[in-house]
Design a protein around this ligand. Structure first.
Ligand SMILES: Nc1ncnc2c1ncn2[C@@H]1O[C@H](COP(=O)(O)OP(=O)(O)OP(=O)(O)O)[C@@H](O)[C@H]1O
Length: 270
């Protein structure tokens, strides 16, 4: 689905991502590592936000591999690599429904033909409702996006990413800023979208990572130090000393999940 070979990014004398060979299959794979390990830089290299110093990024769609190393973020998205959160544009003054409908329309092959879009308006609207239902926001469809809680905004960002019919979904800290009460909803959402799309997840909440992932890849100082099923990675002594020292399932102490008040969005995920 997605693969990198020798992917490297240097900033001056610092190698932020160091010769990473990685391949994502039809699975939910989490990328973890301590602060500064290179996770965000790796995502930025995948999406074209940053250019690599060396190495390649390839995306598979309809059985065909395409080299997207030098593609812009817009190009990588149009080729099917969608990232929630950091590059998603939520229009704050539009309704929740309108945000998803516009994303549908932008993705449509007919996007350049205004009148045909008018013909398809009902179709886009219907599909937008389906996606909102899927992420647990059906009842918020007519609300203005800026009024959503952090947790509900994360859901909207995922719905917008799904509107692009992704080949691969990159989920970038979907729990950032989300209150502890909404963490289970976001976890359910991650699991729900992973049923239909290959997902690469960056997430600091280890209960979520260890609970939902098929596979966990650990970055340390830009390099992959472990790659395998959650239980195996969790037991890896190198990972314990580099990152997971002291982590026990259920002993959640991630600051991002308790950072802000996040009134319940009122719905679970589909
Ligand atoms: N634009 C930049 N210029 C110089 N150094 C950078 C730049 N972006 C990242 N770095 C450095 O590259 C390294 C990797 O950073 P990166 O943000 O990718 O790590 P991370 O694993 O995402 O960390 P966190 O979990 O804190 O988000 C860090 O040492 C960081 O200071």
């Amino acid at each position: 689905m997605l693969r990198t070979q020798g992917l490297t990014r240097e900033f001056g004398g610092l190698t932020a991502v160091d010769s990473v060979d990685f391949e994502l299959d039809t699975e939910l794979c989490s990328l973890i590592g301590p602060n500064g390990a290179g996770k965000t830089t790796f995502f930025n290299l995948l999406t074209g936000t940053l250019s690599p110093t060396e190495g390649t990024v390839e995306l598979q769609r309809d059985g065909r591999w395409e080299n997207i190393t030098d593609a812009s973020p817009h190009e990588t998205a149009s080729k099917g690599l969608h990232r929630s959160y950091q590059v998603t544009n939520v229009f704050p003054n539009s309704t929740v429904l309108e945000n998803v409908r516009v994303a549908e329309q932008a993705h449509s092959d007919d996007a350049t033909t205004f009148w045909r879009n008018v013909d398809h308006y009902d179709e886009f609207t219907e599909r937008a409702h389906e996606l909102l239902d899927r992420v647990g926001l059906a009842r918020r469809a007519q609300d203005i996006a800026s009024t959503l809680s952090h947790g509900a905004k994360r859901k909207l960002e995922v719905a917008i990413a799904l509107a692009g019919d992704p080949a691969v979904l990159l989920l970038d800290e979907p729990n950032a800023g989300v209150s502890s009460e909404s963490v289970d909803e976001i976890r359910d959402l991650i699991e729900a979208v992973a049923e239909d799309y290959p997902v690469l997840l960056v997430e600091h909440n280890m209960d979520i990572v260890m609970g939902v992932s098929d596979r966990v890849v650990v970055l340390h100082q830009g390099a992959v130090i472990a790659d395998g099923p959650p239980a195996e990675v969790q037991a890896n002594p190198d990972v314990q000393s580099a990152y997971l020292g002291g982590y026990e399932p259920g002993s959640l102490n991630d600051e991002s999940t308790a950072a802000e008040s996040d009134p319940d969005s009122g719905e679970g995920t589909a």
